[in-house]
Ligand binder design. Structure first.
Ligand code: 13P
Length: 249
């Protein structure tokens, strides 16, 4: 079975009631490639609005989730609370949380486990900084990030995970990875899946690219054998997102 192309829109800490209504209404009425899975991720505050307004073809993801069940965790949101409002996906391990909020590999891995065990789909983000790339540590870094999650999940649970490779130096910089750079890392991740998890996980897990994806560069990236979609930041707030969803038409 071929892997279904997957395009996520990460709004980050952007938007207002008015602008999010307008983005979702635009997506509801747009002609989107029916063979592509589309999941949008507004700030937590707008998750109920987004889920209520978006048509049933659009998935909705939280940008983060906590690793513990409901309880005394001020400011956090639980897996059960997301499910309560019909949000079936969450991002985990975005580099802005790793770098700015100092979330570590083990904490992130526990969140992936909590989300997967609660039945959510997880867009698990990994990627190296510029410093790490320049030191030729890209594969070492993504392997370390993947290994942390592998310790927490069963082989079968990888079916609920989409891996987002987002080089930190490409995020919000306009400096997109070349098609060769993206394919090289995606192929290495697929090889890791084969060796560390299973042949099935390697064949079936979507590996998507994020970092300055635009309506201009998405078509070439989408042609790479191991690029199964995108995680889009800035451009997901614009009408250009529709062109990215339709990058294979
Ligand atoms: P940009 O598309 O704005 O570079 O952001 C990418 C990203 O971080 C998506 O999660």
């Amino acid at each position: 079975m071929p892997r279904q192309f997957f395009v996520g829109g990460n709004f980050k800490m952007n938007g207002s009631t008015e602008s999010i209504k307008s983005i979702v209404n635009n997506l509801n009425s747009a002609k989107l490639d029916a063979s592509t899975e589309v999941v949008i991720s507004p700030p937590a505050l707008y998750l109920p609005l987004t889920r209520e307004l978006a048509n049933e073809k659009l998935g909705v993801a939280a940008q983060n989730v906590f690793d513990k069940p409901n309880g005394a965790f001020t400011g956090e949101i639980s897996v059960d609370q997301l499910k309560d409002i019909n949000v079936n996906w969450t991002l985990v391990g975005h580099s802005e949380r790793r770098v700015i909020l100092k979330e570590g590999d083990e904490f992130i891995a526990r969140k992936v486990k909590a989300a997967v065990e609660g039945g959510l789909g997880v867009i698990f983000c990994i990627g190296e900084t510029l410093e790490e790339r320049e030191a030729n540590k890209t594969i070492e870094v993504v392997t370390r990030q993947l290994n942390a999650v592998a310790k927490e999940l069963t082989k079968e649970q990888w079916a609920q995970v989409v891996i987002a490779y987002e080089p930190v130096w490409a995020i919000g910089t306009g400096k997109v990875a070349t098609t060769e750079q993206a394919q090289e890392v995606h192929a290495a991740i697929r090889k890791w899946l084969h060796e560390a998890i299973s042949a099935q996980a390697s064949a079936n897990t979507r590996i998507i690219y994020g970092g300055s994806v635009s309506e201009k560069n998405c078509r070439d990236l989408a042609k790479e054998a191991d690029v199964d979609g995108f995680l889009v930041g800035g451009a997901s707030l614009k009408p250009a997102f529709v062109d990215i969803v339709n990058s294979r038409l």
